[in-house]
Design a protein. Sequence first.
Lengths: 326, 120
Amino acid sequence: MSAARPGLLCAALLLSACSGEQSVLAPAGRDAEVLATLFWWMLGGAVVLWLLMNGLFFYVTRIRPQALSPRAAEALIIGGGIVFPTVVLAALLSFALSEMPKQREPGENLTVRITGESWWWRVDYLPEGSDTPIASANELRLPTGQRSELKLNASEVIHSFWIPALGGKTDMIPGRETRMSLEPTVPGDYRGQCAEFCGESHALMALAGVVMTPGDFAAWLEKEAAPAAIPTSAEALRGLAVFNAEGCGGCHAVRGTEAAGTVGPDLTHLGGRVTLAAGILPMERDALIRWIRDPEALKPGARMPGYDHLSDAELSALATYLEGLE
Amino acid sequence: MLGHRHSSLWHMILAPTVWAVHFCVVYGWTAVQCARAGGPDAARTGVLIATAVALMAIVVLGWKAWRQWDYLDDFDYVHDQPTTEHRREFLGHAGWLLAIVSAIGVGFNALPAVFIRSCL
């Protein structure tokens, strides 16, 4: 391997973070745009400062290596060491502070209550004027063109809510509600990640962030509020029977059925979500079967027990039923 | 209590002390106003008043330190002799520089109250 190869690899690794579904540098919301702008300004400033400092160092050691006059040295120390940093810091602080109120503005029309669990996200939608929350999990859908309010809680330990493409991060603290608001601008699928170490599967606690046009969002929310689809195929009905026989409803809720557990994520519209098991698996039948058979293998410490005693046929039927819950 | 200004370290650190007190007052006042009493407007007004008072105190202390240094009198910038004059000038010089840092610190402390109008 040539000497340049590791450097190129590092550069490629670094640049791979500049785009994609979980990048601060590919903003898809007003709040993230401000943060990205601030980052680029600070990066530009740091580069200029670096060039200035090294240029100065080069000048005094190579080009003109002699003592400065006391007056010039003093001007340099006071100007470069006191006045310049004070002005730069004051400007940066003022800019950042002037942006903060906008990031903290209250949302309108839609409030979403998100609770950090071990290691998944409880997500309840509270559209304006509605009393009963619409329960969902592990996926946050937001409309463009408006600022939505997020109320953040945690059940046992501290988590931190962060969808880098949409905005900054906010801690979720047990027994204390925190809040933030987001104003997404570009429809698409993004990825969030718990940003505060919360236990053994912290790294596996991700969140799908789906931004939709207002029309699409309204239609989706109406569907999300409805009870679960009633299975029609024989395979799905067999899956429902397995679901009931295994007592899945003790922990999971499927609205419109007897299943009303609240320990685990609400599964009413599981099949309609873009990911499974808090962002770590695609919503596909193979993934569903792997997850149900042995959650511990995929997410160490997960509360859900494994169902490896079920036959392949039973697991397959169960996956068909769950996939149909769109 | 603080000793004579020309030989006392306490006088030299009065300006940073004002900065420290201002810091505590601003944080305490804001917390109390936002959690219990008046709300954001009262918090902001109090912070701005405390800042004006602190800056005035620092200007006075800085002016006194500047006079004690009496730079324009003899243009002494280095004070390394074990004499009464050098001690007086050193303490004045250091006190003056500390007053400048303290004024900047107090200003930075108060900036959030200038820009942010809510308790959130």
